[in-house]
Write a protein that binds this ligand. Structure first.
Ligand code: ADP
Length: 355
């Protein structure tokens, strides 16, 4: 039994069955009862101990004092920055004796509700909107600037006008790509929980991607070679989305590989895809480029995360490619792994369960 409930076994059991921290204090602000969750979360360790010794949060303590002084229930949000950031919605309710209604409360009940995940999701959402707006704003201001120049100082200079129009076309294309990637990402996210139904021959998809990126590779004197093991099983998948996955990976390998090198795509059967513990197919896209420092690897699939912003922009990147890859692979119950060595290059491997 919980040593600090200080209640009858049944009342104690009821309190302990509540998964969120609950603490009861008397009018001196000493702990009268607390459930297991409160013990685990705040280290409320024994009956009679001053609340302030466990709950070191000035706002929360002030709310308790206010309620004990005869106030009505208080609802506040308390944030703990360390050791891991947590946020709780806290309700402090006065405890009045039925025998003596109206007099100042005999104590107070604190009920905590963990809102960390909600707050984090809100933060991610608002960062995302801020990032997306920022990304759209720079090409947009370039366009506005050039339009004014063409209407004003460059009004009678057809040569300058034509040069500006070329730059404007590039900026407009950047915005188009960004909007397409954003729409694609939100479409994928909306259906991420729905397993794809089609059956896909992965080597066919990869072969098609490699073929369609050949010109792009040739511009950098690069080649894309596909090596497929014989007898590969088919996978359950959405062919268009899988095309998008390997297009993004091969495009990156071509963009970040050194000129004159080869991008190698190997496709082989594997015994086990983690998560689903089923056999499957692994596709590894290997480039010979500068590689990626270790500290960046876990963040690469975050939206708009780029190691070198200016370089990515120059290459026409949106910073969303790998986020799209990750979400599509998740939807397919597959797994994306990234290995890289500085100065040598990177290998992006997608494992997909067999149909
Ligand atoms: P981008 O549109 O910038 O390529 P991605 O989401 O596809 O966006 O990739 C995010 C970042 O990851 C890139 O900006 C780049 O810094 C890094 N990156 C991706 N692929 C490679 C690669 N093959 N080699 C080195 N860095 C890479």
């Amino acid at each position: 039994m919980n040593p600090i409930t200080g209640l009858s076994p049944l009342d104690g059991a009821v309190l302990d069955s509540i998964p969120e921290p609950v603490i009861v204090v008397d009018r001196r602000r000493d702990v009268v009862a607390a459930n297991t969750a409160a013990g685990q979360e705040f280290g409320v360790s024994y009956r009679g101990r001053a609340l302030a010794l466990s709950l070191r949060h000035p706002l929360a303590l002030a709310a308790v004092d206010k309620v004990l002084a005869g106030g009505v229930a208080e609802n506040i949000e308390v944030n703990f920055p360390a050791p891991t950031a947590r946020a709780f919605s806290l309700v402090v309710a006065p405890l009045r004796s039925e025998a003596a209604p109206g007099v100042s409360p005999a104590g107070a009940v604190l009920v905590f509700h963990d809102v960390t995940a909600e707050r984090r999701a809100e933060q991610v959402r608002s960062d995302f909107v801020a990032n997306a707006s920022h990304e759209l704003r720079s090409p947009l201001s370039a366009l506005v600037g050039f339009i004014e120049t063409i209407k004003g100082p460059a009004r009678d200079d057809p040569e300058a006008q034509s040069r500006f129009l070329d730059i404007m076309a590039v900026e407009a294309q950047r915005m188009t790509r960004l909007v397409e990637d954003l729409l694609s990402l939100s479409g994928i996210e909306a259906h991420e929980h729905v397993l794809p139904q089609g059956r896909v021959d992965i080597s066919q998809v990869v072969g098609h991607v490699a073929e369609s990126l050949r010109r792009q590779a040739e511009e950098r004197s690069m080649t894309v070679r596909v090596e497929a093991a014989p007898g590969l099983p088919q996978v359950n998948g959405d062919p268009d989305q899988l095309d998008q996955v390997f297009r993004n990976l091969v495009e990156n390998a071509v963009a970040y590989g050194r000129p004159g090198t080869e991008v190698t795509v190997t496709i082989r059967p594997i015994d086990r895809v983690a998560l689903v513990a089923r056999p499957g197919v692994a596709v590894a896209v290997q480039d010979r480029g500068d590689g990626i420092a270790k500290e960046h690897l876990p963040r690469l699939t975050e939206r708009f995360y780029r190691i070198d912003k200016a370089r990515s922009r120059k290459l026409g990147g949106t910073g969303l490619g790998l986020a799209i890859v990750k979400h599509i692979v998740n939807r397919h119950r597959g797994r994306l792994t990234i290995e890289s060595e500085l100065g040598k290059g990177s290998v992006f491997t997608v494992a997909l369960p067999a149909a």
